[in-house]
Design a protein around this ligand. Sequence first.
Ligand code: PHE
Length: 345
Amino acid sequence: MEEIKKILSEAKSDIEQDVGLERLIEIKNLYLSKKGKLSVLINKMRELSIEEKKSFGKELNDAKAYVESLINNKMVELEKKKLNQKLESEKIDITLPPIDSHSGVANPFYKIIDEIEDIFIGMGYKVEKGPEVDKDHYVFELLNIPKDHPARDMQDTLYIDNETLLRSHTSAVQAHVMEKAKGQPIKIICPGKTYRRDDDDMTHSHQFAQVEGLVIDKNINMGNLKATLELFAKKMFSKDSKIRFRSSYFPFTEPSVEVDVSCFSCHGKGCNICKGSGWIEILGAGMVHPNVLKMSGYDPDVYSGFAFGIGIERVAMLRYGIDDIRKFYQNDIRFIEEFNKKVED
Ligand code: PHE
């Protein structure tokens, strides 16, 4: 009996120590397993009388049950502690300020295309797309620029092979659309990238974009072209924008014009944006050349049309005060963010 008491108090003090789960299991084995300190006391029974056996047996069982309950309680306590620690370490402090979130913004290149598209869709135009890698046939031949025509020198073209090239203007899409339209009226714009062999600097780029416009119907005249472009300039730049036509040459239009818009900054007085002239050149245009109409199956005596090609970066640079054309393709996130801030202001 003395020994039971002694082992019991040993067990109690072992359990009360600051033990972890592993040590607790060790303690359990130490006292309660088959060869455990309490369990082996059963061997003492042999030396006892029947009366003594009864009380000793009860004492021993009670002691084992007691130790077991102490261990179980400790176990529950340890589990609770572990859970609390876990909760503590995984606690989310909802009062902390959020990590700066970063949402994407539109590239100015696409933003300006969207704006241009909106203006022309408002005038009843359809938006068409064409291939950036195209055939000589569409980029030049169908636009009245046969091989060896000196006008080919107007555009330094990047060839892939003798017949295939990176389109040097979106006018190529005119040829595709006219071919598909099979003599029916057309009213389209086509925004897209174009490529030319050029040394890149602040105002020149080997890749740039244009919006081509083409209208073919009966009774289309130069007045329609002027009214259309004037409305475009007013919507894109300012309500009091004016345009002027300067006579020019393109093989696929006759007559051909270069179109200037009145400087939206100084309103014609002359400033550094318009280089003192009061005007800024933004596009080339003209009446579709009879040869071009004929090649695509339109009778030039019945149908007429106008076409224009707007330089997209040029419009964006003027509209948003961007000083370097290369910024459009360099993909520098700082430029894109700065641009969007400007637009919001
Ligand atoms: N394709 C011409 C250029 O790239 C622009 C243009 C388009 C001129 C349509 C007239 C008509 O320079």
